[in-house]
Design a protein around this ligand. Structure first.
Ligand SMILES: Cc1ncc(COP(=O)(O)O)c(C=O)c1O
Length: 375
């Protein structure tokens, strides 16, 4: 049995090695490291895959969120509502731009932003909502879009963990995660569902004016060489990463299917267990299982994690501390107990190995080991 890893990139790479090595060698031969033709080719292919007018590549998912907020003209003091239970990058860029992160709780079954909490958090200063499609399944976009329309708010979807997921509205309209709101922002960090071999990210939108602003901002606000129309940043996807991504994009749906297969195995093993809650699937969204995250009740999580480590099984806690309890995001408005669902999740979640190369043999070993410990 191969060594079990949270993410097994080597195994995935070996299957596409010839194609990837050739593509990287091609960039090396041409020495077009920045803005080479691979960047345009990948962006165009991703536009086709997502059925979106504009993909604007950039250096990472954090930059994608920042550039999107800058391009939307959000100003210091504007309030941006996001989930308390997310990776720090989501709130980080809001704070970095001098905007005010307004945190709200999440739903206990899906881990996604609680839409009733969004409505309560809206003030005259609210300008945008940032739903995070956490762990690979879309937030309740139908409700979020109706709140946004009612209050005239931008919706910046954080799709770092959910590229490729499909959302279906109650009228049957289907859209890829990230092209439902005003703009979608994703990450190509190596462990992501569509990951490159370094850092990378992208924004996507159907709004041409917004896309042009994102392009301008991601390149120092430069319209013509050495002419700067706005303050920007230096955030580019390099050609080698684009070449790798273009190859992996062809496999993205197959990767999601493999992740789903592993998730189904876990689901079956833990179904109806009194102390283990499997991740809920919502009917409006497909799940691309960036993470497979259990909720443990009445189980000593640290002892279980240690036990798994002693059996060479890694497990991770995404995320151990709610944003409102982080020193960097300390805000006198918030105190312990304000976001009970997030606080509870931070104490009882555990993510299991999840990647495209998991075999039944490993899945059996992981689930048997967990059940042996718990039972
Ligand atoms: C939900 C979420 N948002 C944003 C990011 C930031 O992406 P990057 O690491 O590419 O900057 C991540 C990456 O882990 C993420 O998980």
């Amino acid at each position: 049995m191969p060594k079990i890893q949270m993410v097994y990139l080597k195994g995935q790479y070996e299957k596409i090695k010839n194609e990837v090595d050739l593509a990287i060698q091609h960039v090396l031969n041409n020495v077009t490291f920045i803005n080479g033709p691979e960047v345009k080719t990948f962006s165009t292919n991703l536009e086709k895959y997502l059925d979106v007018k504009h993909v604007i590549p950039c250096a990472n998912g954090t930059d994608a969120l920042q550039i999107a907020m800058m391009a939307l003209g959000l100003k210091a003091g504007d309030e941006v509502i996001t989930a308390d239970f997310t990776y720090v990058a989501t709130a980080e860029v809001i704070a970095l731009l001098g905007l005010k992160p307004v945190l709200v709780d999440v739903c206990p079954d899906t881990f996604d932003i609680d839409t009733s909490a969004i409505e309560k958090a809206i003030t005259p200063k609210t300008k945008a909502i940032v739903p995070v499609h956490l762990f690979g399944q879309c937030a309740n976009m139908e409700k979020i879009m109706s709140i946004a329309e009612k209050h005239n708010l931008f919706v910046i979807e954080d799709v770092a963990q959910a590229i490729g997921a499909d959302y279906t509205f109650s009228n049957g309209t289907k859209k890829k995660a990230g092209k439902i709101g005003t703009i979608g922002c994703t990450s190509f960090f190596p462990s992501k569902n569509l990951g490159c071999y370094g850092d990378g990210g992208a924004m996507y939108t159907n709004n041409t004016e917004l896309a042009n602003k994102c392009r301008l901002i991601s390149n120092h606000g430069q319209s013509v060489q050495y002419v700067h129309d706005s303050i920007g940043v230096n955030s580019r996807l390099d050609s080698i990463q684009a070449a790798v991504l273009d190859i992996k994009l062809k496999h993205l749906d197959e990767y999601a299917a493999r992740r789903n297969k592993a998730a189904s195995y876990y689901d079956q093993a833990f179904a109806n267990h009194p102390q283990i809650k499997i991740p809920a699937r919502v009917k409006n969204s497909t799940h691309v299982f960036h993470q497979y995250t259990l909720q443990l009740n009445g189980i000593d999580r640290l002892k279980l994690k240690e036990h798994l480590a002693s059996k060479d099984i890694p497990a991770m806690i995404y995320y151990p501390i709610p944003l409102h309890m982080q020193k960097a995001y300390h805000d006198p408005r918030y105190k312990a107990g304000d976001f009970p669902v997030t606080e509870q999740l931070c104490m009882n979640v555990m993510s299991l190995p999840m990647h495209t190369e998991l075999k039944d043999e490993s899945l059996k070993y992981i689930t048997d080991t967990i059940l042996d410990f718990v039972n």
